[in-house]
Design a protein. Sequence first.
Length: 497
Amino acid sequence: MDSLTSMNFPWLSLLLLMLPLGAILTAFMPGKEARLAALTTAVLTLVVALIIVAGFDSQQAGFQFVEKTPWMPSLGIHYLLGVDGLSVLFLPFTALLFIGVILASWNAIRTMTRLYFALLLVLECTMMGIFTSLDTILFFLFWEMTLLPLFFLISLWGSGANRRYAGVKYSLFMLAGGLPILLGFVVLAMNNSTGMSFAYTDLLQGSREYGVQVTVFFLLLVGFGVKIPLFPLHTWLPVVAQEGPATTVALLTGLKVGAYGLLRFGLPLVPDAALEFRWILVGLGMIGVLYGAVAALSQTSLRRMLAFSSLSHVGLVVLGIAAFSPQGMQGAIFQLLNFTLIAGGLFLITGFLHQRTGSTELLSLGGVAKSMPLLASLFFFLGLAGIGMPATSGFPAEFLLIVSILEVHTGAGLVVLFVVILGAAYFLNFYRKAFLGEARHDIIRDAPDLKPRELGVLLLIVILVLVFGFYPQGMLDITETSSQYWVSLMLPTDTSP
């Protein structure tokens, strides 16, 4: 962007270096010590992330904490890191979710413990790399490196009988989605008016012919659409949600790196094409919102219900991005961060429930609230937050998105309002059947409630949901300037969309 603010100490490199070193240490330590090593690394990562946020100047639209080192200069490839108001908050939120996942997995993982926790740290490193990379090739490398730990986490520690199938299906989808992303980045670099470069800042300053923009727009839309996921590229999500470990699914649904990739690279680098084909984004967003909500209404599995609910909510994010307004962008970022807390928390609770009952199928549940009142109460609270209950972080996020959508297209906004009501209906209906009434099986009647460690993780999430619900302005202040700059990239003139 226009200004690059670099600090003397390479905080972002430290962030990316600590995690693989912690993973190596974890892999060679005994079981209990491996857990402690992983947790210590994750906590230190959170500390560094908070230091970065504390030193961030929200009044600047440019990237800060920038680190740039030539890597393959003859090809225009650099080791280039930095954060702005659109990305900086993802660092502490990502670190928090990984801490929660590590604590939730503490006694749940009994086989290959060291490998499991080491893979979690490797995955966290790749996620942090995605949010901090300002070179498209470096971003792509981190993007593709998420595949290896996720494949093993799903295939080896999944809770379903078809976990290996789920791991393979996820991997094939991600490999297929990665190819158009790489091709799009190469086309951008080769057709950049300021010379061949993969640096994001150089690509922003350059320009491209309209035909090139159209090609890249569709390449990146398909590539990032697989990961978001957008309908009809979503079919891996319900399978992984059903068969994978709940902790891994919490990471996949809580960290929407596909949507981040779309708003960071998929649109501002091809603004003319994005503006011309905005109707496609609106259409895909509306289909996702409606399809996800209707599909969630018909599910008999708690995991699949949450997966389709996530699909509906991410459709709302795409609609907010497609509004090309500061409010829409802030709402999209807020909702993506909201996913980290709420979707992550709901899937962690689902995992705790599965550990106690051996199932998350509707026919096997019922009466959960009597034997596990804390678990049921926290699930109910986070579910209400997910559908936008006032005083929770879900409310300001959905409010900003709905307002921005109504400003662009009244019909789409009315559809979203209908889906919000539908979302409340399917959640309350499922909760009534699964958690209320009489227990159908002895395993539910005798199931213990949340342990102190599990309760602590969930209470931290609840506190943050309430804090950002009562005081969203702190988050909005950080994202405001960068959101306005993002819109100026999409709409060079001051005309409203």
